[in-house]
Write a protein that binds this ligand. Structure first.
Ligand code: C5P
Length: 288
């Protein structure tokens, strides 16, 4: 039986500005998005029917939700309808990323499903444009996850541009164990919208990049910290690590990230935080 593998890397919003709102309620963003080495894994094999099996550290949390709503199945069904394909697939998702956590787990899975099934079903004529439209229907973060490369993301997530060159960086991802509802965080956003900051084409040094990220920040961090104060603690733990260059929250939370100059520094920081907070999810991982 033919089997295809796709990696669904965690998405990290290095910056996230909310710059306005559309009439339909969706918020307009400007975000610099990077990706981590850690992610979910998906295997696809040919079958008559469509089916999904989920295993891995966060499988149980996912199974607790309406399984039919899973973005993997939604993505597969949408692709079947749009392409007119009369085939099924057996999908195995290994859920390594915490759910509802601001690192795009569900969006990355949906994007990986589209990539994987296009290969499995040999839909070579499926255009980039149709694929982009389909991805956006599945969620605002799905288009950027389709690319899974450092990008500037604008509009509600449909306008993508190649991101700047980044110096070599390593990261620690930290989730303090609370799921966060994205709509709730957007609803709790107070005050006026941000004015979009410039988009540098490259960063020459760690100082360069951290200065920019600090200046721009994530507009959803304050509402998320208000709703889930444990995020303040998570950020403080990262900041307290001597070798941490910068810490911030990704997306609508609750996952926070710290940036480090080397893999050794990131590993040591993750290890030290884990000793204090054994229940938190931590991953020291490559970053690109
Ligand atoms: O598109 P996605 O399913 O990730 O979005 C979840 C919810 O988050 C949306 O229904 C909307 O309430 C909110 N959202 C938003 N503006 C965005 C992205 C999401 O208001 N750009």
């Amino acid at each position: 039986m033919e089997s295809i593998f796709e990696h669904a890397p965690a998405k990290i919003n290095l910056t996230l500005q909310v710059v306005g709102r559309r009439d339909d309620g969706y918020h307009l963003l400007r975000s610099l998005v990077g990706f981590a080495g850690v992610g979910d894994l998906l295997y696809f094999s040919t079958a008559k029917e469509l089916s999904l099996k989920v295993t891995g550290p966060f499988a149980e949390e996912l199974k607790g939700q309406n399984f039919d709503d899973n973005l993997v199945l939604q993505a597969a069904r949408k692709l079947m309808v749009t392409s007119g394909v009369q085939l099924g697939a057996e999908i195995h998702l290994i859920k390594n990323l915490p759910i509802a956590s601001g690192i795009g787990g569900g969006s990355a899975d949906a994007a990986a499903t589209l990539r994987g099934l296009i290969r499995l079903w040999e839909l070579h004529d499926f255009s980039e444009e149709r694929l982009g439209g389909l991805a956006l229907e599945l969620g605002a973060d799905v288009p950027v996850c389709l690319k899974s490369t450092c990008s500037w993301m604008e509009g509600i997530g449909e306008r993508l541009e190649q991101g700047p060159e980044l110096p070599n960086l390593h990261s620690v991802l930290l989730n303090p164990g609370v799921g966060v509802s994205t709509p709730k965080i957007f609803q709790n956003l107070k005050g006026s919208y941000s004015s979009a900051k410039k988009k540098p084409v490259s960063f020459s040094s760690h100082e360069d990049v951290t200065e920019y990220l600090r200046l721009v920040g994530n507009d959803l961090e304050i509402p998320a910290c208000r709703l889930e104060p444990v995020i303040v603690e998570a950020l403080a733990e990262l900041t307290a690590q001597k070798s941490c260059l910068l810490s911030a929250m990704s997306g609508s939370g609750a996952t926070c990230f710290g940036l480090f100059a080397s893999a050794e520094c990131a590993q040591k920081a993750a290890h030290d935080i884990k000793l204090k907070h054994s229940g938190w999810w931590l991953s020291s991982t490559a970053f690109y």
